[in-house]
Design a protein around this ligand. Structure first.
Ligand SMILES: [Zn+2]
Ligand SMILES: [Zn+2]
Length: 269
């Protein structure tokens, strides 16, 4: 049990390294989400489509969990709660199998800056986002993230500010698989996807003003609550071990805390 907790703890250390690079990276042209995107996600869309593209050999984990649910339903249930998909009568389309995702050719490049990733993603056959049809684009690449001239091999994912683009660095996720096993790696991949969607829809203070005091300004667009998926994890935090323990014991699938949910839900009024 102790070693299992440690494994989860280590993967979370990697998991939350995303935010620093996506929101504090001076090379990202716009750090916060734009009012146009926010308006569509929170007020006007009646369809929300998550498009997943993956490079050859950077394929996302798919399949079913022990409880019979698809891995991608973990993502789906958290996004449904965050955006009140069912209450708003939104048609929500997200993939659960590789057949529902698009495979693209592998490019021989190991390091990617956010500008290069935007260019690369814009060249994909992206669905048009507009006020009634909300779209989030997720791209799984083999390479690592590069920012300020430094390759950040611990970064699992980024949200590119002011766009509807999310990038997952599969090589970094595969390292978790090697070190901690498939189960932990799958959970990490789903969690980082949920975390990046949080940024995409303006959390925390990334376009959506917080309703309560929970913005961890020292760490970019993150939540001060160590029990929330939007938390920035400090190394050695005993609070995080507690979060993980709670997750394992309860099997609770809701990863956003009430403060982050309240921020999102306040936008729908
Ligand atoms: Zn983040
Ligand atoms: Zn939160």
């Amino acid at each position: 049990m102790k070693s299992l907790l440690l494994i989860f703890f280590l993967c979370f250390l990697l998991l939350y390294s995303c935010g620093k690079d996506s929101t504090q990276d001076p090379n990202v042209t716009v750090s916060a989400q734009s009012t146009d995107f926010l308006k569509s996600y929170y007020k006007t869309m009646n369809k929300f489509e998550v498009s997943v593209f993956y490079e050859d050999s950077a394929d996302p984990y798919v399949g079913k969990r022990l409880n019979g649910k698809a891995y991608w339903d973990f993502f789906g249930s958290n996004i449904k709660e965050l955006l009140r998909i069912e209450e708003r009568g939104i048609s929500f389309i997200y993939p659960k199998t590789l057949n529902e995702m698009k495979k693209v050719a592998k490019v021989d490049q190991k390091e990617w800056t956010s500008q290069q990733l935007v260019k690369r993603m814009n060249a994909l056959s992206l669905k048009e986002h507009n006020q009634s049809d909300g779209v989030a684009n997720i791209f799984f690449t083999n390479g690592f993230y590069k920012s300020e001239g430094e390759v950040k091999e611990g970064v699992l994912g980024i949200y590119i500010g002011g766009t509807n683009h999310i990038v997952i660095f599969k090589e970094a996720i595969k390292r978790i698989e090697q070190q901690s096993g498939l189960r932990v790696a799958r959970f990490s991949e789903q969690s980082v996807l949920i975390h990046e969607i949080g940024h995409l829809v303006g959390l925390v203070n990334n376009g959506v003003p917080p309703v309560s005091d929970h913005h961890d300004q020292a760490h970019g667009a993150h939540c001060t609550n160590d029990k929330c998926v939007m938390y920035w994890l400090n190394e050695g935090s005993s609070d995080m071990a507690e979060f993980v323990r709670k997750y394992i014991i309860t099997g609770d699938e809701g990863l956003f805390d009430s403060q982050c949910l309240e921020d999102a839900h306040s936008q729908m009024k």
